[in-house]
Design a protein around this ligand. Structure first.
Ligand code: CUA
Length: 167
């Protein structure tokens, strides 16, 4: 079979770019720890409090073992509920020591929201009826802004919070 020279060039280019993109995906997944959140568990969005993790008293951060934390969050238009502090004010900041492993568990009562901790690998879509989970090691010290990155309505820009990683 005779292949035209240009046809060979494009064939090689096509196959090489396929291999290149697979390598990039492999690098992101296995070296950089980028992977989609778990959506395996479902929940009744009308009654998220029925799930232990999303009872009002269980929202926010909890240390479950040395250096291991769970953060439970309920998203709704237009707020992230991290629970309340001892004075009854809404928490807006999650504080963890550097190097800790944090499992973020989040669900929504109404529409699709996003949950991104800017500058980290934590980036989830939050869908009504599902629990989104993502575990991350907080390697770098700093203040990281939590943003909703799915347009959810008129107050979309008001959905934010902070993760503070201290030394
Ligand atoms: Cu919630 Cu945008």
């Amino acid at each position: 079979m005779h292949l035209h020279k240009y046809e060979k060039i494009w064939l090689v280019f096509g196959m090489a770019s396929l291999v290149l993109f697979l390598l990039i995906i492999g690098f992101a997944a296995f070296w950089k720890g980028t992977h989609p959140q778990s959506h395996m568990e479902t929940i009744d969005p009308q009654n998220v409090e029925a799930h232990d993790a999303f009872k009002p008293e269980n929202l926010g951060i909890r240390e479950v073992a040395d250096g291991k934390y769970i953060v439970n969050i309920v998203a709704s238009a237009f707020n992230y509920d991290f629970g309340k502090d001892t004075e009854g004010n809404a928490n807006k900041t999650i504080r963890v020591p550097k190097g800790s492993t944090v499992l973020y568990q989040i669900t929504t009562k109404d529409v699709v929201h996003g949950f991104q901790v800017a500058g980290t690998n934590v980036n989830m879509m939050v869908e009504p009826g599902h629990i989104s989970r993502y575990e991350a090691v907080m390697k770098n010290v700093g203040e990281f802004t939590i943003v909703c990155n799915e347009y959810c309505g008129i107050g979309h820009h008001q959905m934010y919070g902070t993760v503070e990683v201290y030394e």
